[in-house]
Design a binder for this molecule. Structure first.
Ligand code: 1GP
Length: 235
């Protein structure tokens, strides 16, 4: 089994909490990479790189700068089919299952193949579910899809299970970058109880209480972008 996914599954089995720091290549100052990496929490286990509108050049330069200063696994979290760098270790092959836009269900995926095929990246099939984080987010704008209501826990669970039944290896519950309301504990618990695969939770987590709550509810990995990007290393 491939390495990054294998480690995530191993961590789940051994109840180890995973923390991914998300870096948006559009906002990241590559010349300051070393300094940024000195400040990230020691609990960090993964680096995610991606953004809704980053260019391939921005992504490539950012990935290169990050690989030069860290030995943590670097995982691409692409906003579109061009956000691929062979310098990373793995890529979340996302299907936006909460939406009904064929572009983000299959079109972007097909268009990514020419680059991916040559990349040598570990490709991790991931069910990506956008839930309402209380304000319109970049994923919503870029994908032109509607997030799932946090009120409809059953629909979120059914969507996650449809992802698992389709062969996805991870579930990513996303409230959107900078969300006002992170994914609720009730949702995380219900999804975690229903699926057999690891659950990633991100969007709007900006304090220790929200961070702990996500793990307590059953998240295997928490993703934090905006807070750290603003220099608030609250952990
Ligand atoms: C967004 O889940 C990530 O895709 C992280 O969200 O930027 O709000 O931490 P934040």
């Amino acid at each position: 089994m491939p390495k990054v996914l294998e480690e995530i599954i191993f961590a789940e089995k051994s109840n180890k909490r995973l923390l991914a720091v998300l870096i948006d290549p559009e906002k990241f100052d590559s010349s300051n990479a070393q300094n940024f990496f000195r400040k990230i929490p020691f609990l960090t286990t993964h680096i995610f790189i991606g953004g809704s509108t980053a260019t391939p050049e921005e992504l490539e330069n950012c990935t290169k700068a990050i690989k030069a200063v860290t030995s943590l696994p670097v995982v691409l979290f692409p906003g579109d089919h061009q956000q691929i760098s062979a310098k990373a270790d793995a890529l979340l092959f996302l299907s936006l299952l909460s939406g009904r836009n064929p572009d983000y269900l299959i079109e972007q995926q097909v268009r990514s193949v020419p680059l991916l095929r040559e990349s040598g990246l570990e490709i991790i099939p991931t069910a990506y579910l956008l839930v309402d984080g209380g304000k319109e987010c970049a994923v919503q704008r870029a994908s032109r899809t509607t997030p799932l209501s946090q009120e409809d826990v059953q629909l979120i669970v059914d969507t996650a299970l449809a992802g698992e039944y389709s062969g996805k290896q991870l579930i990513y519950l996303e409230a959107g970058s900078g969300a006002e309301i992170p994914v609720g504990s009730e949702i995380i618990s219900a999804v975690k109880e229903a699926v057999q695969i690891p659950v990633i939770v991100g969007g709007g987590i900006r304090n220790r209480c929200q961070f702990e709550a996500a793990y307590e509810a059953g998240a295997n990995m928490v993703v934090i972008g905006t807070a750290f990007e603003k220099g608030d290393f609250f952990l």
